[in-house]
Design a binder for this molecule. Structure first.
Ligand code: GCO
Length: 483
Protein backbone atom coordinates (compact mmCIF):
# COMPACT_ATOMS: atom_id res chain seq x y z
CA UNK A 1 0.00 0.00 0.00
CA UNK A 2 2.74 2.45 0.87
CA UNK A 3 5.25 2.71 -1.92
CA UNK A 4 8.86 2.89 -0.99
CA UNK A 5 10.82 2.91 -4.20
CA UNK A 6 12.23 6.18 -5.35
CA UNK A 7 10.69 5.58 -8.75
CA UNK A 8 7.20 5.29 -7.42
CA UNK A 9 7.56 7.34 -4.32
CA UNK A 10 5.60 10.18 -5.45
CA UNK A 11 2.20 8.55 -10.19
CA UNK A 12 0.35 10.45 -13.35
CA UNK A 13 -2.56 12.42 -14.69
CA UNK A 14 -4.38 12.76 -17.93
CA UNK A 15 -7.17 14.89 -16.49
CA UNK A 16 -8.51 17.78 -18.51
CA UNK A 17 -6.00 20.59 -18.45
CA UNK A 18 -7.92 23.74 -17.92
CA UNK A 19 -5.37 26.44 -18.32
CA UNK A 20 -7.84 29.21 -17.77
CA UNK A 21 -7.18 30.76 -21.12
CA UNK A 22 -6.98 28.84 -24.31
CA UNK A 23 -6.89 30.77 -27.54
CA UNK A 24 -9.56 29.90 -30.01
CA UNK A 25 -8.72 29.20 -33.63
CA UNK A 26 -9.70 32.69 -34.68
CA UNK A 27 -7.55 34.31 -32.01
CA UNK A 28 -4.31 32.54 -32.77
CA UNK A 29 -1.81 34.84 -34.35
CA UNK A 30 -3.49 38.07 -33.36
CA UNK A 31 -0.47 39.37 -31.48
CA UNK A 32 -1.96 42.79 -30.93
CA UNK A 33 -4.84 41.42 -28.83
CA UNK A 34 -4.49 41.82 -25.05
CA UNK A 35 -3.10 38.64 -23.49
CA UNK A 36 -5.47 36.61 -21.36
CA UNK A 37 -4.23 35.76 -17.94
CA UNK A 38 -5.08 33.20 -15.33
CA UNK A 39 -4.59 34.96 -12.03
CA UNK A 40 -3.78 33.83 -8.52
CA UNK A 41 -5.40 35.29 -5.39
CA UNK A 42 -4.15 38.62 -4.12
CA UNK A 43 -1.38 38.20 -1.56
CA UNK A 44 -0.51 34.72 -2.84
CA UNK A 45 3.00 33.92 -1.64
CA UNK A 46 5.61 32.98 -4.21
CA UNK A 47 8.83 31.41 -3.06
CA UNK A 48 11.60 28.94 -3.61
CA UNK A 49 12.72 26.10 -1.38
CA UNK A 50 16.04 24.49 -0.46
CA UNK A 51 17.42 22.35 2.34
CA UNK A 52 20.55 22.61 4.47
CA UNK A 53 22.48 19.49 3.53
CA UNK A 54 21.68 19.91 -0.15
CA UNK A 55 23.12 23.43 -0.50
CA UNK A 56 25.08 24.67 2.51
CA UNK A 57 28.41 22.85 2.35
CA UNK A 58 30.75 23.98 5.17
CA UNK A 59 30.16 20.54 6.64
CA UNK A 60 33.03 20.71 9.09
CA UNK A 61 32.88 24.38 9.86
CA UNK A 62 32.13 26.21 13.07
CA UNK A 63 31.48 23.20 15.22
CA UNK A 64 28.86 21.46 13.11
CA UNK A 65 28.53 17.82 14.20
CA UNK A 66 28.34 15.01 11.67
CA UNK A 67 24.93 13.99 10.39
CA UNK A 68 23.74 10.65 9.05
CA UNK A 69 24.17 11.99 5.52
CA UNK A 70 27.87 12.75 6.10
CA UNK A 71 28.29 9.15 7.17
CA UNK A 72 26.08 7.64 4.45
CA UNK A 73 27.84 9.49 1.62
CA UNK A 74 31.09 7.83 2.64
CA UNK A 75 29.73 4.31 2.21
CA UNK A 76 30.64 2.69 -1.10
CA UNK A 77 28.07 2.72 -3.93
CA UNK A 78 25.46 4.67 -2.05
CA UNK A 79 25.71 7.92 -4.01
CA UNK A 80 25.53 7.58 -7.79
CA UNK A 81 28.48 9.90 -8.53
CA UNK A 82 30.37 9.21 -5.31
CA UNK A 83 29.93 12.78 -4.04
CA UNK A 84 28.74 14.30 -0.78
CA UNK A 85 27.52 17.58 0.68
CA UNK A 86 30.88 18.81 2.04
CA UNK A 87 30.86 21.79 -0.30
CA UNK A 88 27.57 21.49 -2.21
CA UNK A 89 26.63 25.02 -3.44
CA UNK A 90 28.69 26.58 -0.66
CA UNK A 91 25.57 28.51 0.29
CA UNK A 92 26.96 28.80 3.82
CA UNK A 93 29.41 31.34 2.47
CA UNK A 94 27.50 32.54 -0.58
CA UNK A 95 24.13 33.09 1.06
CA UNK A 96 24.12 36.81 0.28
CA UNK A 97 24.55 36.09 -3.40
CA UNK A 98 21.73 33.56 -3.19
CA UNK A 99 19.40 36.00 -1.49
CA UNK A 100 20.20 38.42 -4.33
CA UNK A 101 19.12 35.73 -6.81
CA UNK A 102 15.82 35.42 -4.96
CA UNK A 103 15.37 39.14 -5.00
CA UNK A 104 15.95 39.17 -8.77
CA UNK A 105 13.30 36.47 -9.14
CA UNK A 106 10.90 38.61 -7.18
CA UNK A 107 9.97 35.96 -4.64
CA UNK A 108 8.39 37.17 -1.42
CA UNK A 109 9.09 34.03 0.62
CA UNK A 110 11.84 31.47 1.01
CA UNK A 111 11.71 28.03 2.61
CA UNK A 112 15.05 26.81 3.97
CA UNK A 113 15.96 24.19 6.52
CA UNK A 114 17.98 24.46 9.69
CA UNK A 115 20.72 21.88 10.20
CA UNK A 116 20.06 20.23 13.57
CA UNK A 117 23.78 19.23 13.89
CA UNK A 118 24.83 22.88 13.58
CA UNK A 119 22.69 23.92 16.55
CA UNK A 120 23.25 20.74 18.58
CA UNK A 121 26.39 18.92 17.40
CA UNK A 122 25.65 16.29 20.04
CA UNK A 123 21.99 16.09 19.06
CA UNK A 124 20.86 17.41 22.42
CA UNK A 125 22.26 19.17 25.49
CA UNK A 126 24.15 22.38 24.96
CA UNK A 127 23.47 24.39 21.81
CA UNK A 128 26.36 25.75 19.77
CA UNK A 129 25.91 29.51 19.38
CA UNK A 130 28.06 29.54 16.22
CA UNK A 131 25.61 27.25 14.47
CA UNK A 132 22.68 29.46 15.26
CA UNK A 133 24.59 32.56 14.16
CA UNK A 134 24.50 31.43 10.53
CA UNK A 135 20.69 31.27 10.54
CA UNK A 136 20.55 34.65 12.26
CA UNK A 137 22.59 36.12 9.42
CA UNK A 138 20.50 34.38 6.78
CA UNK A 139 17.18 35.45 8.26
CA UNK A 140 18.35 39.04 8.65
CA UNK A 141 19.57 39.11 5.05
CA UNK A 142 16.22 37.77 3.83
CA UNK A 143 14.24 40.30 5.81
CA UNK A 144 16.48 43.14 4.65
CA UNK A 145 15.50 42.14 1.11
CA UNK A 146 11.80 41.91 1.83
CA UNK A 147 11.69 38.10 1.74
CA UNK A 148 9.70 36.27 4.40
CA UNK A 149 11.53 33.26 5.85
CA UNK A 150 9.75 29.89 6.36
CA UNK A 151 11.97 27.48 8.29
CA UNK A 152 11.93 23.68 8.15
CA UNK A 153 13.37 22.16 11.30
CA UNK A 154 14.32 18.76 9.95
CA UNK A 155 15.25 17.98 6.37
CA UNK A 156 16.87 14.59 7.01
CA UNK A 157 20.24 15.57 8.54
CA UNK A 158 19.90 13.69 11.83
CA UNK A 159 22.91 14.17 14.13
CA UNK A 160 24.95 10.97 13.79
CA UNK A 161 25.19 10.59 17.57
CA UNK A 162 21.43 10.12 17.72
CA UNK A 163 21.51 7.49 14.99
CA UNK A 164 24.16 5.70 17.02
CA UNK A 165 21.51 5.44 19.73
CA UNK A 166 18.82 4.08 17.43
CA UNK A 167 17.76 7.08 15.35
CA UNK A 168 14.03 7.16 14.62
CA UNK A 169 13.69 3.63 15.98
CA UNK A 170 14.10 5.21 19.39
CA UNK A 171 11.41 7.28 21.05
CA UNK A 172 14.20 9.41 22.57
CA UNK A 173 14.93 10.84 19.12
CA UNK A 174 11.42 12.26 18.99
CA UNK A 175 11.98 13.92 22.36
CA UNK A 176 15.39 15.26 21.35
CA UNK A 177 13.85 16.67 18.19
CA UNK A 178 11.23 18.53 20.17
CA UNK A 179 13.89 20.02 22.45
CA UNK A 180 15.86 21.24 19.44
CA UNK A 181 12.68 22.56 17.76
CA UNK A 182 11.71 24.53 20.86
CA UNK A 183 15.17 26.03 21.09
CA UNK A 184 15.21 27.04 17.41
CA UNK A 185 11.76 28.63 17.74
CA UNK A 186 12.79 30.52 20.88
CA UNK A 187 15.72 32.08 19.01
CA UNK A 188 14.24 32.69 15.58
CA UNK A 189 10.48 33.17 15.90
CA UNK A 190 10.92 36.88 16.57
CA UNK A 191 11.69 37.02 12.83
CA UNK A 192 10.45 33.72 11.43
CA UNK A 193 6.66 33.49 11.54
CA UNK A 194 6.20 30.02 10.03
CA UNK A 195 7.87 26.74 10.93
CA UNK A 196 7.59 23.33 9.33
CA UNK A 197 8.56 20.53 11.70
CA UNK A 198 9.80 17.83 9.32
CA UNK A 199 10.23 17.49 5.60
CA UNK A 200 8.74 14.38 4.02
CA UNK A 201 8.63 11.95 6.90
CA UNK A 202 7.49 9.35 4.39
CA UNK A 203 10.63 9.68 2.30
CA UNK A 204 13.24 9.64 5.04
CA UNK A 205 11.57 6.72 6.77
CA UNK A 206 10.72 4.56 3.72
CA UNK A 207 14.02 5.25 1.96
CA UNK A 208 16.26 5.47 5.05
CA UNK A 209 14.83 2.66 7.21
CA UNK A 210 12.71 0.72 4.70
CA UNK A 211 14.80 0.14 1.56
CA UNK A 212 18.17 1.53 2.58
CA UNK A 213 18.58 3.84 -0.40
CA UNK A 214 18.92 6.94 1.79
CA UNK A 215 20.71 7.58 5.08
CA UNK A 216 21.07 5.79 7.44
CA UNK A 217 20.78 3.01 4.84
CA UNK A 218 18.74 0.48 6.82
CA UNK A 219 16.25 -2.07 5.53
CA UNK A 220 14.32 -2.94 8.67
CA UNK A 221 11.83 -5.73 9.14
CA UNK A 222 8.23 -4.53 9.09
CA UNK A 223 7.52 -4.23 12.80
CA UNK A 224 10.62 -2.10 13.40
CA UNK A 225 9.88 -0.01 10.33
CA UNK A 226 6.34 0.67 11.55
CA UNK A 227 7.71 1.69 14.93
CA UNK A 228 10.17 4.10 13.31
CA UNK A 229 7.30 5.64 11.31
CA UNK A 230 5.38 6.06 14.53
CA UNK A 231 8.26 7.73 16.36
CA UNK A 232 8.77 10.15 13.49
CA UNK A 233 5.15 11.34 13.45
CA UNK A 234 5.32 11.51 17.23
CA UNK A 235 8.40 13.73 16.91
CA UNK A 236 6.37 15.98 14.63
CA UNK A 237 3.58 16.32 17.19
CA UNK A 238 5.96 16.97 20.08
CA UNK A 239 7.74 19.59 17.98
CA UNK A 240 4.47 21.39 17.15
CA UNK A 241 3.90 21.71 20.88
CA UNK A 242 7.48 22.80 21.55
CA UNK A 243 7.42 25.49 18.87
CA UNK A 244 4.23 26.91 20.39
CA UNK A 245 5.57 26.68 23.94
CA UNK A 246 8.87 28.42 23.17
CA UNK A 247 8.11 30.56 20.13
CA UNK A 248 6.53 33.97 20.19
CA UNK A 249 2.75 34.22 20.28
CA UNK A 250 1.13 33.81 16.91
CA UNK A 251 3.91 31.70 15.41
CA UNK A 252 2.50 29.22 12.89
CA UNK A 253 3.59 25.62 12.66
CA UNK A 254 2.81 22.55 10.58
CA UNK A 255 4.43 19.79 8.54
CA UNK A 256 5.90 19.65 5.00
CA UNK A 257 4.84 16.18 3.92
CA UNK A 258 5.26 14.19 0.75
CA UNK A 259 1.59 13.45 0.07
CA UNK A 260 0.81 10.45 -2.11
CA UNK A 261 -1.95 11.67 -4.40
CA UNK A 262 -4.72 9.65 -5.99
CA UNK A 263 -6.11 11.19 -9.18
CA UNK A 264 -9.53 10.37 -10.57
CA UNK A 265 -9.18 8.52 -13.87
CA UNK A 266 -12.12 10.54 -15.10
CA UNK A 267 -13.44 13.60 -13.33
CA UNK A 268 -16.76 12.00 -12.40
CA UNK A 269 -18.15 12.30 -8.87
CA UNK A 270 -17.60 8.54 -8.38
CA UNK A 271 -13.96 8.57 -9.48
CA UNK A 272 -13.30 11.73 -7.49
CA UNK A 273 -14.62 10.10 -4.31
CA UNK A 274 -12.52 7.02 -5.09
CA UNK A 275 -9.43 9.23 -5.44
CA UNK A 276 -10.13 10.76 -2.03
CA UNK A 277 -10.45 7.34 -0.41
CA UNK A 278 -7.22 6.19 -2.04
CA UNK A 279 -5.38 9.32 -0.92
CA UNK A 280 -6.50 8.85 2.68
CA UNK A 281 -5.29 5.23 2.70
CA UNK A 282 -2.00 5.85 0.91
CA UNK A 283 -1.09 8.43 3.55
CA UNK A 284 -2.32 6.42 6.54
CA UNK A 285 0.90 6.34 8.61
CA UNK A 286 1.78 9.96 7.74
CA UNK A 287 -0.57 12.81 6.87
CA UNK A 288 -3.69 10.84 7.78
CA UNK A 289 -2.62 10.03 11.33
CA UNK A 290 -1.16 13.51 11.80
CA UNK A 291 -4.44 15.13 10.76
CA UNK A 292 -6.95 12.58 12.09
CA UNK A 293 -5.26 11.27 15.23
CA UNK A 294 -5.80 7.64 14.32
CA UNK A 295 -4.30 4.97 12.15
CA UNK A 296 -6.86 3.77 9.62
CA UNK A 297 -8.37 0.34 10.20
CA UNK A 298 -7.03 -0.79 6.83
CA UNK A 299 -3.49 0.24 7.81
CA UNK A 300 -3.61 -1.58 11.12
CA UNK A 301 -5.21 -4.65 9.55
CA UNK A 302 -2.55 -4.81 6.83
CA UNK A 303 0.22 -4.40 9.42
CA UNK A 304 -1.26 -7.19 11.59
CA UNK A 305 1.20 -8.36 14.23
CA UNK A 306 3.73 -5.85 12.89
CA UNK A 307 1.53 -2.85 13.73
CA UNK A 308 3.28 -0.08 15.70
CA UNK A 309 2.86 0.01 19.45
CA UNK A 310 1.23 3.26 20.52
CA UNK A 311 -0.91 4.83 23.22
CA UNK A 312 -4.00 7.02 22.92
CA UNK A 313 -2.01 9.88 24.38
CA UNK A 314 0.57 9.54 21.66
CA UNK A 315 -2.11 9.69 18.99
CA UNK A 316 -3.33 12.92 20.59
CA UNK A 317 0.17 14.34 20.49
CA UNK A 318 0.73 13.27 16.88
CA UNK A 319 -2.45 15.06 15.85
CA UNK A 320 -1.84 18.26 17.82
CA UNK A 321 -3.68 20.80 15.67
CA UNK A 322 -1.44 22.56 13.14
CA UNK A 323 -1.82 26.05 11.70
CA UNK A 324 -0.49 25.23 8.27
CA UNK A 325 -0.16 22.12 6.14
CA UNK A 326 2.70 21.99 3.66
CA UNK A 327 2.65 19.41 0.88
CA UNK A 328 5.46 18.56 -1.50
CA UNK A 329 3.83 17.78 -4.83
CA UNK A 330 5.62 16.09 -7.71
CA UNK A 331 4.29 13.10 -9.62
CA UNK A 332 0.82 11.58 -9.46
CA UNK A 333 0.89 8.37 -7.44
CA UNK A 334 -2.20 6.47 -8.50
CA UNK A 335 -4.93 6.87 -11.05
CA UNK A 336 -8.07 5.50 -9.55
CA UNK A 337 -11.54 4.51 -10.57
CA UNK A 338 -14.57 3.87 -8.41
CA UNK A 339 -15.23 0.26 -7.57
CA UNK A 340 -18.10 -1.55 -5.88
CA UNK A 341 -15.69 -3.89 -4.17
CA UNK A 342 -13.89 -2.86 -0.96
CA UNK A 343 -12.03 -0.55 -0.44
CA UNK A 344 -14.21 1.37 -2.93
CA UNK A 345 -11.53 2.14 -5.46
CA UNK A 346 -9.25 0.42 -7.94
CA UNK A 347 -5.87 1.63 -9.13
CA UNK A 348 -5.30 1.54 -12.86
CA UNK A 349 -1.81 0.97 -14.27
CA UNK A 350 0.21 3.56 -16.15
CA UNK A 351 0.79 2.84 -19.81
CA UNK A 352 4.42 2.09 -20.63
CA UNK A 353 4.53 5.16 -22.88
CA UNK A 354 3.61 7.55 -20.06
CA UNK A 355 6.00 10.58 -20.05
CA UNK A 356 8.40 11.47 -17.26
CA UNK A 357 10.97 14.12 -16.52
CA UNK A 358 14.74 13.54 -16.31
CA UNK A 359 14.19 11.58 -13.06
CA UNK A 360 12.31 8.39 -13.96
CA UNK A 361 10.15 8.55 -10.86
CA UNK A 362 8.97 12.02 -11.81
CA UNK A 363 6.12 11.16 -14.18
CA UNK A 364 4.44 14.20 -15.68
CA UNK A 365 1.09 14.81 -14.04
CA UNK A 366 0.03 18.45 -13.82
CA UNK A 367 -3.34 17.46 -12.31
CA UNK A 368 -1.48 16.39 -9.16
CA UNK A 369 -1.07 20.05 -8.26
CA UNK A 370 -4.83 20.44 -8.39
CA UNK A 371 -5.89 17.23 -6.68
CA UNK A 372 -3.33 17.12 -3.88
CA UNK A 373 -4.40 20.38 -2.22
CA UNK A 374 -8.06 19.75 -3.03
CA UNK A 375 -7.95 16.37 -1.27
CA UNK A 376 -6.21 17.91 1.74
CA UNK A 377 -8.94 20.52 2.01
CA UNK A 378 -11.78 18.02 1.50
CA UNK A 379 -10.47 15.13 3.59
CA UNK A 380 -9.17 17.11 6.53
CA UNK A 381 -10.81 20.50 6.32
CA UNK A 382 -7.45 22.30 6.26
CA UNK A 383 -7.71 26.08 5.90
CA UNK A 384 -4.14 27.08 5.15
CA UNK A 385 -2.21 24.98 2.65
CA UNK A 386 1.23 25.60 1.21
CA UNK A 387 2.84 23.85 -1.71
CA UNK A 388 6.16 23.52 0.06
CA UNK A 389 7.87 21.92 -2.97
CA UNK A 390 7.15 21.41 -6.64
CA UNK A 391 9.63 21.28 -9.48
CA UNK A 392 11.32 19.14 -12.08
CA UNK A 393 14.66 17.63 -12.98
CA UNK A 394 16.06 18.33 -16.41
CA UNK A 395 19.27 17.38 -18.25
CA UNK A 396 20.48 20.97 -18.03
CA UNK A 397 23.61 22.10 -19.80
CA UNK A 398 24.75 25.56 -20.78
CA UNK A 399 24.34 26.12 -24.54
CA UNK A 400 27.07 27.62 -26.75
CA UNK A 401 25.95 31.11 -25.71
CA UNK A 402 26.27 30.22 -22.02
CA UNK A 403 22.51 30.22 -21.36
CA UNK A 404 20.59 27.24 -19.97
CA UNK A 405 17.43 26.55 -22.00
CA UNK A 406 15.47 24.19 -19.77
CA UNK A 407 12.39 24.05 -21.98
CA UNK A 408 11.09 20.88 -20.33
CA UNK A 409 11.12 22.50 -16.88
CA UNK A 410 9.34 25.55 -18.28
CA UNK A 411 6.68 23.23 -19.73
CA UNK A 412 6.40 21.40 -16.43
CA UNK A 413 5.93 24.61 -14.46
CA UNK A 414 3.46 26.07 -16.93
CA UNK A 415 1.16 23.03 -16.82
CA UNK A 416 1.48 22.35 -13.11
CA UNK A 417 0.91 25.99 -12.19
CA UNK A 418 -2.11 25.99 -14.50
CA UNK A 419 -3.63 23.31 -12.31
CA UNK A 420 -2.70 25.18 -9.14
CA UNK A 421 -4.42 28.23 -10.54
CA UNK A 422 -7.50 26.10 -11.16
CA UNK A 423 -7.44 25.01 -7.50
CA UNK A 424 -7.17 28.54 -6.13
CA UNK A 425 -9.86 29.81 -8.53
CA UNK A 426 -12.18 27.13 -7.14
CA UNK A 427 -11.47 28.25 -3.60
CA UNK A 428 -9.03 25.56 -2.44
CA UNK A 429 -7.18 27.43 0.34
CA UNK A 430 -3.62 27.33 -1.02
CA UNK A 431 -1.75 30.36 0.31
CA UNK A 432 1.62 29.97 -1.34
CA UNK A 433 3.94 28.00 -3.59
CA UNK A 434 7.64 27.22 -3.16
CA UNK A 435 9.44 26.12 -6.31
CA UNK A 436 11.97 23.32 -5.80
CA UNK A 437 14.58 24.51 -6.10
CA UNK A 438 16.35 27.85 -6.07
CA UNK A 439 19.60 26.17 -7.12
CA UNK A 440 20.83 22.90 -8.54
CA UNK A 441 21.99 21.00 -5.50
CA UNK A 442 22.97 17.71 -3.91
CA UNK A 443 20.10 15.43 -4.96
CA UNK A 444 20.62 12.77 -2.26
CA UNK A 445 21.51 9.36 -3.71
CA UNK A 446 21.77 10.93 -7.19
CA UNK A 447 24.52 13.23 -5.98
CA UNK A 448 25.01 16.18 -8.31
CA UNK A 449 23.99 14.20 -11.40
CA UNK A 450 20.36 15.36 -11.18
CA UNK A 451 19.50 19.05 -11.43
CA UNK A 452 16.34 20.60 -10.01
CA UNK A 453 17.34 24.28 -9.88
CA UNK A 454 15.92 27.43 -11.42
CA UNK A 455 19.58 28.43 -11.36
CA UNK A 456 22.31 26.31 -12.84
CA UNK A 457 25.29 25.72 -10.58
CA UNK A 458 28.69 25.13 -12.11
CA UNK A 459 30.18 22.96 -9.36
CA UNK A 460 33.76 23.76 -10.38
CA UNK A 461 33.43 27.51 -10.07
CA UNK A 462 30.23 27.67 -7.97
CA UNK A 463 28.94 30.20 -10.47
CA UNK A 464 25.14 30.43 -10.63
CA UNK A 465 23.39 30.95 -13.99
CA UNK A 466 19.66 31.74 -14.13
CA UNK A 467 17.95 29.23 -16.42
CA UNK A 468 15.09 29.97 -18.79
CA UNK A 469 12.75 28.64 -16.08
CA UNK A 470 13.93 31.41 -13.75
CA UNK A 471 12.80 33.99 -16.32
CA UNK A 472 9.49 32.13 -16.70
CA UNK A 473 8.92 32.05 -12.94
CA UNK A 474 9.89 35.72 -12.57
CA UNK A 475 7.11 36.64 -15.04
CA UNK A 476 4.53 34.56 -13.21
CA UNK A 477 5.45 36.22 -9.93
CA UNK A 478 5.51 39.72 -11.40
CA UNK A 479 1.98 39.32 -12.81
CA UNK A 480 0.69 37.00 -10.10
CA UNK A 481 -0.73 35.11 -13.04
CA UNK A 482 0.00 32.70 -15.84
CA UNK A 483 -0.05 34.46 -19.13
C1 GCO B 1 12.62 15.33 -1.34
C2 GCO B 1 13.17 16.57 -0.77
C3 GCO B 1 14.00 17.35 -1.68
C4 GCO B 1 14.35 16.76 -3.04
C5 GCO B 1 13.32 17.08 -4.07
C6 GCO B 1 13.62 16.49 -5.46
O1 GCO B 1 11.44 15.26 -1.45
O2 GCO B 1 13.35 14.43 -1.69
O3 GCO B 1 12.28 17.33 -0.06
O4 GCO B 1 15.09 17.41 -0.86
O5 GCO B 1 15.56 17.25 -3.46
O6 GCO B 1 12.08 16.58 -3.66
O7 GCO B 1 13.69 15.09 -5.40
Amino acid sequence: MVTSSRFTRRGFALGALTLGAVASKQEIGKADEPQRTAGFPQGFRWGTATSAYQIEGAAQEEGRGPSIWDTFCRLPWKIRDGTNGDVACDHYHLYKEDVALMKALGVTTYRFSIAWPRLFPEGRGLPDPKGLAFYDRLVDELLANGIEPFATLYHWDLPQVLQDRGGWESRDTAEAFAAYAGFAASKLSDRVGNFFTMNEIRTFIEMGYGNGMFAPGLALPKARLNQARHHAVLGHGLAVQAVRAHGRGGVKVGMAENILTGLPALETPQDIRAAELATRQMNAPYLTVMLEGQYTDAYLAAAGVDAPRFTTDELKTISTPVDIVGINVYEPNAYVRASDAAPGYATIPLPRSYPHMESRWLTFGPGTLYWAPRHVATLWNVKEIYITENGASSADEPAADGEVYDLDRVMFLRYYLGQLQRATAEGVPVRGYFAWSLLDNFEWADGYSTRFGLHYVDYKTLKRIPKLSAAFYRNVIARNALV
